[in-house]
Design a protein around this ligand. Structure first.
Ligand code: ATP
Ligand code: MN
Ligand code: MN
Length: 306
């Protein structure tokens, strides 16, 4: 006799294959947020978090003992991972190394199981590591820069980009500043992207010397915003949209509409507690249309004399 058919099971999420060990371990000590809370957060944001980072080399910040203990940036794959992709890529030194990249939600949850808190993708995909599909301007306010000035600065960056015919998008970092992101389609060579980013930042600093600096030297930053263009190179990273940050309060990097930027009180407005609810009631992606933007740098390079 055959056993009666089992009741149909709900289709399991791919991430259900991943067992989170030590689910009750406190990862954010000041906030009582556990490893399970972190896994639940990433599951909740997965439909928004995963697509833009899938198939990109993605270093991560791991804090296996929680953010109060030793955290470290890890670019390369390691034993024990079964759900993430691996790609042999050339390092800046010329040597080859095996990078990890997420393909699906199980892979991302597996990295969370290994203590990942923050995710930092490249600006290119594993199949085309030498071509960038975005430029990132990382606005880093120095001491004594009021938040309103950071917002104004991001709008100035957007304005100048617009003058050059380039559309841009903005996100909080979960930290002190903002990222302005310029999508490129078709993707461009890193060499071009790096030259453009530097030339653009230097032009901004020259045009608005009281607001921006384009040199990394800490000495000249006081009271100004460092327009960090160094996120734009092969192997350079920027925090992923919807990544948690390993900082008190568990803030999140979040894309926002330009029109909503003025509502923010800081770069760390959004947290593990507020983002899933925000996404659940969000009708439109704040970066709606970004994948349809077709723009490149060739004419812009000429306009800037680069
Ligand atoms: P904030 O708004 O507080 O500046 P942020 O994420 O922009 O937050 P930055 O220090 O400006 O922080 O760094 C920008 C990006 O550069 C990071 O998101 C990260 O991807 C990358 N980065 C910074 N420091 C390192 C590092 N030590 N190793 C590798 N990548 C780094
Ligand atoms: Mn920054
Ligand atoms: Mn920076």
């Amino acid at each position: 006799d055959r056993a009666p058919a089992k009741p149909a099971r709900k289709t399991p999420m791919a991430s259900d294959e991943i067992t989170i060990t030590h689910p009750g371990r406190v990862v954010f000590p000041n906030d009582g947020i556990t490893k399970q809370d972190v896994a639940d957060y990433y599951k909740a944001v997965m439909p928004w978090f995963l697509p833009p980072v899938a198939d990109r080399p993605m270093p991560m910040l791991r804090c296996p003992g929680g953010i109060g203990e030793h955290c470290f940036f890890q670019k390369h794959t390691m034993a024990g991972l079964h759900h993430v992709g691996t790609a042999k890529l050339k390092e800046e030194t010329g040597a080859q190394a095996v990078y990890l990249y997420p393909k699906d939600e199980a892979g991302l949850l597996e990295l969370v199981q290994f203590g990942a808190i923050e995710f930092h993708p490249w600006g290119s995909h594993v199949k085309t590591p030498d071509k960038a599909d975005r430029v990132i301007f990382d606005l880093d306010p120095g001491d004594n820069v009021a938040w309103k000035r950071v917002i104004a600065a991001a709008r100035m960056v957007r304005g100048f980009l617009k003058q050059l015919g380039l559309e841009s998008f903005v996100r909080t970092t979960g930290g002190k500043g903002l990222h302005v992101v310029v999508p490129l389609a078709p993707a461009a060579k890193w060499e071009t992207v790096r030259t453009f980013a530097r030339g653009f930042a230097e032009a901004m600093a020259e045009a608005h010397p009281l607001e921006f600096v384009a040199t990394a030297s800490k000495k000249v930053r006081g009271g100004k915003i460092y327009l960090d263009y160094l996120r734009n190179g092969r192997g350079a990273t920027a925090v992923a949209s919807y990544s948690l940050r390993a900082r008190a309060g568990a803030p999140v990097a979040v894309p926002v509409r330009w029109d909503d930027l003025g509502k923010l009180k800081s770069g760390a407005d959004f947290t593990i507690h507020t983002v899933p609810k925000r996404l659940a009631r969000q009708k439109k992606d704040p970066w709606e249309g970004i994948d349809a933007v077709k723009q490149g740098l060739d004419e812009v390079m000429e306009q800037l004399g680069l």
